[in-house]
Design a protein around this ligand. Structure first.
Ligand code: FAD
Length: 390
């Protein structure tokens, strides 16, 4: 008996999502919700089984863009009930004074969210759909946009060839899918490393096991050429991130220099960080680079599209990298509705709509790089002057 052949229209479309980070895991939920057959390939092992997850920022600011994207797949409440609202920036002056700068109205806020929790919730959600397979420890090696084939290397070092109708590259700033796009003609690509790097430190709860600072704020120590920020965590600690030019990081070569630097620049934060803990953290890790990436187009024919940091990595000063990547999922989903899942129409429309917006957010993030470390100081100066004259 000859096997019954499904016609192209009857067959479920097969989407391969490359990268199971924040954008890939969410996008897989969107694709699965549409009834596509989804295979999610993630280079790392399953983070839900790991004790420690290495990588970027421990917590992130979730804004209304990200919340809306989560709401549409029914995850907003699960995530926000584990988040901490931040209604304002709390500016820490050099003399130790603290001043709040509201983000908007009293009822407007962004939320501090645990990156790992967010990623884990989305992976667990995507697994609930019937026609979804997640392949951890599978690294994309190459893909062919004509034949619709991708090669992944698994943890045993074996190379596996997989077929797809559409591959969505959500594999981050150093995207392998984007590298394949770069081999095609007329692909524009621009990247910029800023002179600043970042290092994560920690402000633990105080001796009474209470938060060491006001929790509903994004704390900032703006010092013009560099700055430190701190976002609250549910365990009453604050993830504290120091952004500085690499040359300053590299000039701090001894424990004495480090403590003197903090005494001079962040005197109120030093006792909260703890001298011993600060020394330990500072000298046990390296400052990490920050890159901004713009490219065009985001798609190849009806076969491939890139989203999230793969398409538009940005410096983190606007707190929009993940939020923007999550919003990509909404835009793509709406276009799939509009064009009845016709990838040949959806993909070029996606590039056309999303590319200028994503480039604009990259620019805004770069602008906020000076706003946060320096301009908030001058604004404070103006506010103070105004108050003094009252
Ligand atoms: P990633 O999170 O990088 O995920 C990519 C995934 O792809 C990873 O799981 C990786 O293992 C996998 N992968 C990579 N290569 C391959 C491959 N070849 N094959 C298979 N899998 C692969 N954004 C905000 O919105 N708010 C914030 O407050 C915020 N704070 C930040 C603070 C810092 C210090 C930094 C550096 C960034 C911050 N961001 C913030 C930005 C945010 O982290 C990113 O925009 C977000 O992580 C992008 O998600 P993504 O899924 O596109 O990429």
């Amino acid at each position: 008996m000859t096997p019954k052949r499904e016609s192209q229209s009857q067959r479920k479309k097969h989407v391969a999502v490359c990268g199971g980070g924040l954008v890939g895991a969410l996008n897989a939920c969107y694709m699965a919700k549409r009834g596509f057959k989804v295979d999610l390939y993630e280079m790392r092992p399953d983070i839900r089984t790991l004790e420690v997850v290495k990588g970027r920022s421990i917590n992130l600011a979730l804004s209304c863009r990200g919340r809306e994207a989560l709401r549409r797949v029914g995850l907003e409440d699960t995530i926000t009930k584990n988040g901490i609202p931040m209604h304002a920036r709390m500016i820490h002056d050099l003399n130790g004074k603290r001043r709040p700068l509201l983000y908007g109205n009293e009822d407007q806020y962004i939320m501090s969210i645990d990156r790992r929790l967010l990623n884990e919730v989305m992976l667990t959600e995507v697994e609930k759909f019937p026609d979804v397979n997640i392949h951890f420890s599978h690294k994309l090696v190459s893909c062919d946009f004509n034949s619709g084939e991708a090669i992944f290397e698994n943890e045993k070092g074996e190379c596996l060839t997989k077929q797809f109708d559409l591959i969505i590259g959500c594999d981050g700033a150093y995207s392998s899918v984007r590298k394949q796009l770069m081999k095609l003609s007329r692909f524009d690509y621009q990247q910029e490393y800023i002179p600043h790097g970042y290092m994560e430190l920690n402000i633990p709860p105080n001796k009474k096991n209470e938060s060491a600072m006001e929790i509903n704020y994004l704390h900032i120590w703006p010092r013009n050429d560099y700055m430190m920020i701190a976002l609250p965590n549910l365990d009453k600690s604050f993830t504290t991130t120091l952004f500085m030019p690499f040359e300053i990081f590299e000039s701090i070569t001894s424990e004495e220099k480090l403590i003197q630097f903090f005494k001079d620049e962040f005197p109120d934060a030093l006792p909260l960080l703890g001298e011993a803990e600060l020394k330990q953290s500072f000298f046990s890790c390296k400052a990490l680079p920050l890159v901004s990436i713009k490219c065009h187009p985001y798609h190849v024919n009806d076969k491939a599209v890139i989203m999230g940091d793969a398409a538009h990595a940005m410096v983190p000063f606007y707190g929009q990298g993940m939020n923007c990547g999550m919003e990509d999922c909404i835009v793509f989903d709406e276009l799939l509705d509009k064009y009845n899942n016709n990838f040949a129409k959806v993909l070029p429309a996606y590039t056309k709509i999303r590319n200028p917006d994503a480039k604009a957010i990259c620019d805004l993030a770069m602008y906020n790089y000076t706003e946060m470390r320096s301009k908030v100081n001058s604004r404070l100066f103006l506010v103070r002057k105004k108050l003094d004259n009252m």
